[in-house]
Design a binder for this molecule. Structure first.
Ligand code: SF4
Ligand code: SF4
Length: 89
C-alpha cells in the first residue's frame, strides 16, 4: 500500500499527522508521526510529507491517515514523498 497526496484538498488540519503518531505510539504525539504537516500562517503555504518510518499501518484494519482525512486529500496510491502547495486564502 502506498499513499497519494492531493495538495488541492489539504487544509493542513493535521489529523493525519496525529493519527499516525497514535498508530506508532498509542498517543497523539506529532513528533513521533511519519507525517509532517506545516502551514505558514503568514502566507498560507502548506508543506506535507511522509518519511520512511511509515509502515503502511501494519496490524491496523484500515489505513488510518487515509481514513481520517475528511477532506479526501489522502488516498491509497502512488507514494509522494513531499509535496508543497500555495494555499488560497
Ligand atoms: S492531508 Fe488531510 S488530514 Fe492531513 S493535514 Fe491535509 S487535510 Fe488534514
Ligand atoms: S499509512 Fe499509517 S504509518 Fe503510514 S503514514 Fe499513514 S498513518 Fe502513518
Amino acid at each position: 500500500m502506498r499513499l497519494n497526496f492531493d495538495p488541492n484538498r489539504c487544509y493542513s488540519c493535521k489529523s493525519c499527522q496525529l493519527i499516525c503518531s497514535f498508530h506508532h505510539t498509542g498517543a497523539f504525539w506529532p513528533a513521533k508521526s511519519s507525517i509532517d504537516v506545516y502551514r505558514n500562517q503568514q502566507n498560507g503555504y502548506v508543506k506535507w510529507s511522509v518519511d520512511n518510518t511509515c509502515d503502511d499501518c501494519v496490524n491496523e484494519i484500515e489505513t488510518l491517515c487515509v481514513k481520517n482525512c475528511v477532506y479526501g486529500a489522502l488516498t491509497s496510491g502512488v507514494r509522494t514523498v513531499a509535496q508543497d502547495r500555495e494555499e488560497k486564502s
